[in-house]
Write a protein that binds this ligand. Structure first.
Ligand code: NDP
Length: 486
């Protein structure tokens, strides 16, 4: 890239107390478009611990006036934010694709999902408040009063850079909390864009604050501060565990949405075409980089051959390229680290003796492209069966009975999402009762979700109250038991 082009690159700033600010040491980091290796689409602040502390100070001081702001007024800000989000759909989708790599259609779907969820919380919050009833005695009234917890730390990953933060931030603000937000280093632009929408919506200064920078250097500052009363984190299980341990020093409330190794179980009576479509959709959308993506495909022995032929044929037809093109089926993976990690996992699966029946050595060297990859002959002690790869790689196993299929699916430290394809109600019920996962789908792919349903994992896929649904609001409030004698 020439010096002249470099000069045109925009520098984005932190947003603290309603003002755009540089980090104290003036250091920045580059943001690369994963479809174009070596590119730089913007410079972002490498915040210092002092920058983060200042954002927490501001959020702490703003909490009192913000919690007293009438709910209807808070709703108006969020309604305006959502109006602006809808208006900015195309522009924001472009930003997401440029920095994350997913296709433009997937980015539009991400914005739409944030709109649906945001509208749900906006409407639901009115019904959420207000439980009042008579006490045990005639002259005593009781009620549970929901009060905001205070400053909330929002730490989000790069794979859904705007939807995950909005699913956390909107209910936090609606329930009267102030926020310090740290986006992932791979996707800070989407975070800045969302912040600009809050600014344009007229949100009072200090209610929402953004600090960019490396999680490993500034994440602890958010987690360790006793004034941060709740952390809502989405990311890897490894980092989630560290945050849980550190936050326990102050008994900080935690909502941890973590990794997964989600299985689809395909029974011998399933509609094979639908099951293959579900596998392709949940296995390869967003380059397989979503927490509820399908990564293990468990096939009843009697339909395994037919299913695999159809799956491999679908994989071979998929186009992989720059996500900004309207016709591409799958974009690059998010960056050099993901490319290296996924490539290593593929090499490991081959070394362990699994057979690669779809996928190939990475093609176009221009970007971080990996073709849809399928391994058969997978054993349960192989890394490809066990570890979250977070890329477009499927591990296929066969089973002979329903019980065996469910047992295979449960053979994981994770328990986020799952699916079964079957025409039998009895199979479906046994699967729903037996599966160890936060989400159970029958004849629907593992990535499907609705805002009125809780979104969270069991086992090492999550801790704390799930996002969305009623719990998505409940996480952000303290419950005060009130008794009045009158
Ligand atoms: P990471 O855990 O690496 O990072 C997530 C966020 O945490 C980033 O903002 C990161 O900052 C920050 N972070 C890193 N280290 C620390 C630390 N010590 N203290 C505080 N914050 C820190 O995950 P990825 O971004 O790689 O996201 C992929 C993971 O997210 C996958 O495991 C996936 O399964 C999971 N995920 C789970 C979802 C769910 O709902 N269950 C949904 C989506 C993804 P930085 O970027 O600067 O390193």
């Amino acid at each position: 890239m020439s010096v002249v082009e470099k000069e045109k690159i925009e520098t984005f700033q932190n947003f603290v107390n309603g003002k755009w600010k540089r980090s104290r040491n003036g250091a920045t980091f580059e943001n690369e478009n994963p479809a174009v290796r070596g590119s730089n689409i913007g410079l972002f602040q490498s915040s210092t611990p002092e920058d983060v502390r200042e954002a927490i100070d501001v959020a702490h001081n703003t909490f009192r006036p913000w919690r007293r702001t009438p709910l209807a007024e808070r709703q108006q800000y969020i309604a305006e934010f959502l109006r602006l989000l809808k208006e900015s759909r195309e522009e924001l989708a472009r930003v997401v694709t440029l920095e994350n790599g997913k296709t433009i259609k997937e980015s539009r779907a991400e914005v739409d999902s944030a709109l649906v969820e945001g509208t749900y919380h906006l409407n639901q919050v009115s019904a959420f408040y207000g439980h009042i009833g008579p006490g045990s005695f005639r002259d005593i009234s009781t009620w549970v009063q929901y009060e905001p917890v205070g400053v909330v730390g929002v730490i989000s990953p790069w794979n859904f850079p705007m939807n995950v933060m909005s699913r956390k931030t909107l209910p936090a603000l609606l329930t009267g909390n102030t926020v310090v937000f740290k986006p992932a280093t791979f996707t800070p632009w989407s975070g800045v864009f969302m912040t600009q929408l809050f600014e344009r919506a007229g949100l009072p200064a200090g209610v929402f604050n953004l600090v960019t920078g490396l999680g490993s250097s500034i994440g602890n500052v958010i987690v360790d501060d006793p004034r941060v009363r709740a952390i809502t984190f989405t990311g890897s299980t490894e980092v989630g565990k560290k945050i849980q341990v550190r936050g326990s020093a102050n008994l900080t409330r935690m909502q941890l949405e973590l990794g997964g190794k989600n299985a689809i179980i395909v029974m011998d009576d399933a509609d094979i075409n639908d099951a293959v479509t579900a596998t392709v959709t949940a296995g390869f959308s967003n380059g397989g980089q979503w927490c509820t993506s399908t990564s293990r495909v468990l096939l009843h022995r009697d339909i395994a051959k037919t299913f695999l032929e159809a799956l491999v044929s679908r994989c071979e037809k998929m186009t992989v390229g720059d996500g900004i093109s309207e016709t591409v089926d799958m974009g690059p993976v998010a960056g050099p680290q993901q490319f290296e990690d996924i490539s290593k996992a593929i090499r490991q699966a081959q070394a362990d003796g699994a057979q690669m029946v779809a996928g190939a050595a990475p093609g176009d060297p221009k970007g971080y492209f990996i073709r849809p990859t399928v391994f058969t002959g997978v054993k349960t002690d192989m890394a490809v069966f066990r570890d979250e790869i977070f890329g477009p790689v499927l591990a296929v196993c066969e089973f002979g009975s329903l019980e065996e299929g469910i047992e295979l699916a449960n053979k994981s430290i994770y328990g986020l999402s799952s699916a079964m394809f079957t025409k039998s109600l009895s199979n479906a019920k046994k699967y729903i009762d037996g599966i160890e996962a936060g989400l159970a789908h029958v004849n629907i792919h593992t990535g499907y979700k609705e805002p009125s349903m809780p979104f969270g994992g069991v086992k090492q896929s999550g801790a704390g109250l799930p996002e969305n649904a009623r719990t998505g609001l409940e996480f952000f409030v303290d419950q005060k038991a009130v008794y009045i004698r009158s």
